[in-house]
Design a protein around this ligand. Structure first.
Ligand code: KIV
Length: 272
């Protein structure tokens, strides 16, 4: 099956906006290294996120909190070398922007200068709005992130669906408008009721990309390791697995081990 876009022009924030206007859904996946980003880009994805979920799937941490700005920059630099067409967005990691807007702008500038990203992503609404405005004022495109915000896991205490109560849903709607008014080019909504996702996508003119926010938003994002079936023990309702690469890799590696042990590898043609 080939769904490779005929349009090989570089995806820009403007083009995402136009996609929303004409009702074309936006596809987004994470990637954290050159080869994976190159494969995802070649397949025709619209947006590649070098997410701080790297803290989990690359570094083996249980939360996104430990990953540092230096580590994110290393991963982003490597990934973005593999991207030709997709819009490349890099997550601002926990601790690189929450302190004050000086710190936030310094972190954002480092990401843009050192990784050649097209934009950054930040978690939060009203609490970080001054930093959002200053960063956008410096010419750096921002994708907002509301709903379940994994960097605040210690505040929530669990990864359950957010904004089920009216008060939290109202704050989320207010924050979404604040981020749009501040100039964010898109918004990620994570793990919220589908009805609320649809409402926000309808009210906002910028693209709203969901992960567990239902089908009424303007696009979808998944963590690549999850959708390819590389990770284990993580199966939220919103996750569709498109492959079982863990099992395929395990079989290939066991095959290799057996060939080495039996001296079947290398054969005559595989040596000099
Ligand atoms: O870090 C990440 O992978 C993300 C996505 C879940 C949107 O923020």
């Amino acid at each position: 099956m080939s769904v490779h876009s005929e349009d090989n022009r570089k995806v820009t924030t403007r083009r995402l906006f136009e996609m929303k206007q004409r009702g074309e859904k936006i596809s987004m996946l994470t990637a954290y290294d050159f080869t994976m980003a190159n494969i995802v880009d070649e397949a025709g994805i619209d947006v590649i996120l070098v997410g701080d979920s790297a803290s989990n799937v690359i570094c083996g941490n249980t939360t996104t909190l430990p990953i540092t700005l230096d580590q994110m920059i290393f991963l982003a630099k490597s990934s973005i070398r593999g991207i030709k067409r997709a819009l490349a967005v890099v997550d601002m990691p926990f601790g690189s922007y929450q302190g004050n807007s000086h710190e936030a702008i310094a972190s954002a500038i480092r990401i843009m200068k050192e990784t050649h990203a097209d934009g950054i992503k930040m978690e939060g609404g009203e609490e970080i709005i001054d930093s959002v405005k200053r960063i956008i004022g410096a010419g750096i495109p921002i994708m907002g992130h509301l709903g379940l915000m994994p960097q605040s896991i210690n505040k929530y205490g669990s990864y359950t669906v957010r904004a089920q109560e009216e008060e939290e849903a109202e704050k989320l709607i207010r924050d979404a408008h604040l981020l749009e008014d501040a100039g964010c080019f898109a918004l990620v909504l994570e793990k919220i009721p589908a009805k609320l996702g649809t409402q926000i996508a309808t009210e906002l003119s910028i693209p709203v990309i969901g992960i567990g926010a239902g089908g009424g938003v303007d696009g979808q994002v998944l963590v690549i390791h999850d959708m390819l079936g590389l990770t284990q023990g993580f199966s939220p309702r919103f996750l569709r697995r498109y492959a079982n690469l863990r099992e395929q890799m395990n079989q290939a590696i066991q095959h290799y081990i057996a060939d080495v042990k039996s001296s079947d590898f290398p054969n005559e043609k595989e040596q000099y």
